[in-house]
Design a protein around this ligand. Structure first.
Ligand SMILES: Nc1nc2c(ncn2[C@@H]2O[C@H](COP(=O)(O)OP(=O)(O)OP(=O)(O)O)[C@@H](O)[C@H]2O)c(=O)[nH]1
Ligand SMILES: [Mg+2]
Length: 294
């Protein structure tokens, strides 16, 4: 019997949702960073094996939002779970934050689908701490399954997959076997650029950038890309460009290297940095970046 279905992964920012999806798929479909609010969009990663297909949905970390983009991120994260066969609430065992986790649980606990609690980053905690946390989550009586893992170390992921399969209904193969993600090339490029900027900049800058591809010209062996990086303020433009353009050069070189591996082509990337005040609240810009805004 072939089984298939959708599994949503939700949780507060930085608990390891994107890391988990990438590890399960065996390929990077979602960018990862040590900073919260890395993922802004709903990202699907498709797992295939002989007798099942699982479509994992990585979601933006649910947080208290301060602007329109934050609100859209939260709404998207909470909405995807409504049509999933299974909802995984992911928590960070090494950094228990019961208040924000409770906030997430409030948003999802009334859904009909089975709810799993997956305790991540157990590589960082003691056995005793793990037992205490398992007891605590058990006492909440909200979860059909409670499974400890380390996404980073791939610890117990096989078991997680086995349990997921038990809950999946008989179903069709929704996607072709060579497909690991349903996102466009330009989205992947923009996300790769954003990932590098997240690593190379500090404080408010990672939250202030928006990236989109304006133009892609592609031949069999080469790809030429023109991308725009939006920032909130003129001063942030200086940070992205850096002294004598050094920072921008670093961003471009690192992105080109990554894209070359992803697409197996030589890459020529140009980035234009534009300041657009308060773009995270601007409906027109958010639409341009691909968000659905009323
Ligand atoms: N030690 C350890 N670190 C982990 C593990 N899983 C993820 N991380 C780290 O946690 C950080 C956040 O990981 P992400 O996968 O970006 O987290 P996220 O939940 O997708 O975050 P947002 O997209 O911001 O909501 C990264 O630095 C990861 O390397 C784990 O099992 N163990
Ligand atoms: Mg993420």
């Amino acid at each position: 019997m072939f089984k298939s279905g959708f599994v949503s992964i939700v949780g507060r920012p930085n608990v390891g949702k994107s890391t988990l999806v990438n590890q399960l798929i065996g390929k990077k479909v979602s960018i990862v960073s040590y900073k919260p609010q890395t993922t802004r969009d709903v990202i699907r990663g498709i797992y295939h094996d002989q007798d099942c297909q699982i479509i994992f949905t990585d979601t933006p970390g649910i947080h208290k939002s301060e602007d329109l983009l934050g609100e859209i991120m939260n709404t998207n994260a909470a909405n995807v779970s409504s049509d999933a066969e299974i909802i995984i609430m992911l928590v960070d065992a090494s950094n228990p934050s019961t208040k924000s986790d409770k906030y997430v649980l409030e948003k999802i606990k009334n859904q009909q689908s089975p709810l799993f609690l997956v305790l991540n980053k157990i590589d960082q905690i003691s056995k005793k701490d793990l037992l205490d946390q398992l007891t605590y989550y058990g006492s909440l009586q909200c979860f059909q399954e409670i499974i400890p893992i380390s996404a980073l170390k791939k610890d117990n992921l096989d078991h997680l997959l086995e349990v997921i399969k038990q809950y999946l209904p008989e179903g069709p193969q929704y996607f072709p076997v060579d497909m690991v993600s349903d996102h466009s090339q330009s989205f992947r490029i923009a996300e790769t650029i954003r990932e590098k900027i997240l690593f190379l900049t500090q404080e408010e800058v990672p939250y202030s950038i928006g990236v989109y591809c304006e133009n892609i010209k592609e031949t069999e062996k080469r790809m030429a890309i023109q991308a725009i990086v939006l920032v909130n303020r003129e001063s942030q433009k200086g940070i992205i460009i850096g002294e004598n353009g050094q920072m921008l050069k670093k961003i471009i070189q690192w992105t080109q290297k990554d894209l070359k591996e992803q697409f197996q082509k030589s890459i020529r990337l140009e980035i234009y940095v534009k300041a657009y005040k308060n773009w995270r609240n601007n409906t027109r810009i958010l639409k341009m970046l691909g968000y659905e805004v009323e």
